[in-house]
Every structure is written in C-alpha cells, then in structure tokens.
Design a binder for this molecule. Structure first.
Ligand SMILES: [Zn+2]
Ligand SMILES: [Zn+2]
Length: 409
C-alpha cells in the first residue's frame, strides 16, 4: 500500500514548531514572525494540494519503468542502504539543477523566499516543483528499486530535511562531515553572495563536498533571495519569478528568448546588461519585509489559516473516497482561500469582494446540499459556521474601512 508519510507527519511538524517557539520564548529570541510563518505554512498547504494533481502520474511513470527494469533489487538491508544513497544522490542533482536553471528555479525559489529561518520554512514549498522533480528519480525505477520502497525512502528524504531548518542547533561536531545539518542548510538559505548556490544536499552533505558546492557556515547568514518577494501572497510567491523571466524573454532577441529559461539565475543577454552578480548585503540598510496588516485582523487571518489547514488535512486523508469533481472543486476552493488570506495580510483592496464571494459561495453550496443524505449534517454545520464567518468578516471590513482607508491598496 502506498502510504502518505508526509500527511501522517503533519502533527509532528506542528509539535516541533511548538517546541521551537517555546525554546525561543524561554531564550527571549524572536524566532518566528506571525505573517512570515503563516505564509510559509500556507505555501506548504497549497503545495500538498497542488501536488495531489500530479503524484498519481509520477507513480504510474515510475511503475511503468519498473515493469521494464533491467535488474531486481530484493528487499534486504543492503537494498535499503543503496536506495537511501540513490535517492539522496538524485535529490542532490535535482536540487542543484533547481538552482542553476532559471525555469526550475522559478518553482524552487518559493522555498527560499522567507527572510526568517525556523521550522516553518521547511514547510514553505513550491506548488509546481513536484510537476518535474520526479523525472530525476526515474533511473531508480529502471535499475529495479521497488516503487513502494522508493516512495517510503523519498518521503524519508523529505522528512529528514524538516529538522535542519532551525537556528537553535549550532553545530553537531563530527556529524557535520557526513550529514546535512542545520548549519549546512542555513548556508543554503543565505543570500550573502558567498552562500548562494551552496550545500544542495538532502540527507548527506558528502555530495556537496564531492561535487564542489560545499560552503561552511562562517559569517552570519542573511536569509532569503537576492530580490526580496515583499509579499505574503502565496499565489504571487509561486508566479513572480515566472513573470520576471517572461518579461526578460519578451525583451530578448532570437534564440535568447529560449535561453532565458535555460540559463542560471542572474543571466541576461549582453545587450540587456549581461550577467547580474549578486551584491553584498549592506547590514546598515538591510530590512526584512514586515508589512503587518491591521492588528485586529490577525485573529481573522489565523481563523482562515486554521480553516484552510483543517480542510486540506481532510482532503489529504479522504482523497481516495471523494469523487473527482468535488475533490477538484475543494482543491480549487482551498487555493483561492490561501490567496485571500495573503490579500488580507497585505490589506489589498480586492480582498473585500473576494472574501465576500468566498463566504457567499460556501453558503450556497451548503444550502444546495442541505437535504443530501450523506452530507446533511456536514452541510448544516457548515451553514452555521459560514453565517458566523459572514458576520465576523463584515465587522473586520468595518474596522478596515474606518481605520485605514489609505492602507487599502
Ligand atoms: Zn534550494
Ligand atoms: Zn530549506
């Protein structure tokens, strides 16, 4: 049976985030910012939802190649060890390519946008990376690693990378030689020029040491990307670099229009100014993006966040028992909700009609299925919740309008 290890790990993620929050609190360090952490987790939620659309295809491709394999690895400890090394090796190359090819970076960039570094950053994942990352692992199917074993090992590799997104662990002594650690991965998230495109490892740092991309953590790491995203909107986070590439392709000539997508980040045709090397960060003027919306919206934003998280978790666990149209409709609804939450955190003018439209359409769906024998209880519960939501949101809007006409933009 194919088990969704990532979905099963959700409670552990939140437990560890709670531990890190508590640690920061006890040490009097501000490790998390409300808006940044919420955006990170919302991006993780969206990534799992969008990922559902393609995971099945990937598994079929893997299965097809496995059926035409050249060898069969029997289930033994040696096979597990080889598979561990194999998955980690291909992860290194997938990850390195994601940093060195613009079209792949356009997806992977999402994981690097946060200017903080804490466990919630581990959940900040691109919505579209999963559409191509699987191609890198197909050689493992051809040489004969069992698909179920592969899924388990690939999940392990992803889960391993959760705990290394922390500043609370400084160094792990001799383990730093072999394993990817918080220190090595902090370097990977740095926007300081010397840290860019270094330490692409998954579980083992040996690949970076071997292929020449290793960098030790030295001066303080400044987290994020060289041109900050400056937004809490998860949809924009997934598309901003595509737009940048598209604009560059439009002003390029001839084959350069294609080259833009294949070259590394920073590349530009000579007639547009040539390669743009990352610049040293001036710590005296450096400031994190910190738009904080309205304080009184925080509770509503948190409510939206919990609603999306709860609904997404339900979809992940119940996906096989939901029919395709309601499943896709719910997935689309969830993505819209994540976008609106981002809009609310930035006090965007469009958020008011968008959120009213979301609430009213939810109410209409609940009323439509009011009598449905399978759903009547859920729909009645939903209707009450939506009515409360409607009243609450109208009060939030009143506050936004009376206190911040100028802030809506
Ligand atoms: Zn990366
Ligand atoms: Zn990371």
């Amino acid at each position: 049976m194919k088990i969704d290890y990532i979905a099963l790990s959700i409670p552990i993620f939140f437990l560890l985030i709670g531990v890190e929050l508590l640690f920061g609190f006890l040490q009097n360090k501000k490790l998390y910012r409300f808006n940044d952490a919420l955006t990170n987790i919302n991006l993780g939620t969206g990534s799992q939802i969008v990922g559902l659309m393609v995971k099945g295809f990937f598994f079929l491709a893997y299965l097809y190649l496995y059926e035409h394999r050249v060898y069969t690895f029997e289930n033994s400890w040696l096979t597990w060890l080889l598979l561990f090394l194999g998955v980690d090796f291909f992860y290194y190359w997938f990850h390195r390519m994601s940093h060195e090819v613009n079209a792949l970076w356009a997806a992977h960039i999402v994981h690097h946008q946060s200017e903080d570094y804490n466990l919630s950053v581990a959940l900040r994942q691109s919505w579209f990376q999963g559409w191509f990352s699987w191609v890198f692992y197909l050689p493992l199917a051809v040489v004969g690693f069992d698909p179920i074993m592969f899924v388990a090992m690939n999940s392990f590799n992803t889960l391993y990378q959760f705990w290394i997104h922390t500043t609370t662990i400084r160094s792990l002594g001799p383990l730093e030689w072999v394993f990817n650690t918080p220190s090595h991965h902090r370097v990977h998230h740095g926007s300081n020029p010397k840290y860019i495109d270094k330490n692409h490892a998954g579980s083992l740092i040996i690949w970076d040491r071997f292929f020449g991309t290793f960098q030790k953590e030295e001066e303080e790491v400044i987290y994020g990307i060289t041109k900050p995203l400056n937004s809490w909107n998860p949809i924009w986070a997934n598309f901003h670099y595509w737009q940048e590439l598209w604009e560059m392709a439009k002003s390029s000539q001839g084959f350069d229009k294609v080259r833009v997508f294949l070259k590394p980040p920073g590349w530009q045709p000579a007639y547009l100014g040539g390669f743009q090397a990352p610049e040293e960060i001036d710590l005296t003027t450096y400031k994190k993006y910190d738009y904080d919306g309205l304080r009184q919206d925080h509770v509503y934003v948190f409510f939206m966040f919990l609603l999306a998280l709860g609904l997404a978790t339900a979809v992940l666990f119940l996906k096989s028992s939901i029919e395709i149209i309601p499943l896709y409709a719910t997935m689309f609804y969830l993505l819209v909700m994540l976008g609106i939450t981002g809009g609310l955190m930035e006090n965007r003018a469009w958020l008011i009609p968008a959120e009213y439209a979301r609430i009213i359409s939810t109410l209409l769906v609940a009323l439509l299925f009011w009598q449905h024998p399978d759903f009547n209880l859920i729909m009645r519960g939903t209707s009450i919740l939506v009515l409360v939501n409607l009243i609450w949101f109208s009060r939030v809007v009143k506050q936004i309008r009376t206190q911040s006409n100028a802030i809506l933009h």
